[in-house]
Design a protein around this ligand. Structure first.
Ligand SMILES: [Zn+2]
Length: 141
């Protein structure tokens, strides 16, 4: 396993910092977020240290997705929420706080579960502007 000695999540995987672990396999680890935005808010991380989506090795990304599917099923069975939101933030500009790739699994019971950060009104955008940005992104591929 590759690790960053200064990384909080690497220390949690190694057991140097305690966590509320709910799942572990050879490549992934899942534990409770101790700053939950909803009951059952869980984090799924690769055991290898990678900072974000842009840097993670594809095989570790796949391992986290496999574990996320497994843990989401465990959350559904245990807590029976109406749904589960999957969130993943990249970079401080996106409000990523711990620089070790992680997927948030957030059980939802909308509309009254208090998770207001995931609620937004559907408001059609400027189609010309959307087309322009799409062309710019597509050209970067
Ligand atoms: Zn780490």
């Amino acid at each position: 396993m590759s690790r960053d000695p200064d990384c909080l999540f690497c220390k949690i995987i190694a057991g140097e910092i305690p966590s509320f672990k709910v799942y572990e396999d050879d490549d992934a680890f899942a534990f409770m977020d101790i700053n939950p935005i909803a009951p059952g808010h869980t984090l799924v991380i690769p055991k290898n240290h990678h900072e974000n989506l842009l840097e993670i090795a594809p095989e570790d990304l796949a391992a986290v997705q496999r574990a996320s599917q497994k843990v989401a099923g465990m959350i559904m069975a245990a807590l029976k929420p109406a749904g589960i939101a999957v969130l993943q933030l990249n970079g401080r500009g996106a409000n990523q706080v711990v620089m070790h790739y992680h997927v948030h699994l957030v059980p939802r019971n909308r509309p009254d579960d208090g998770v207001t950060c995931l609620e937004w009104e559907l408001e059609p955008g400027d189609m010309a502007e959307i087309a322009k940005v799409a062309a710019k992104i597509a050209a970067a591929g």
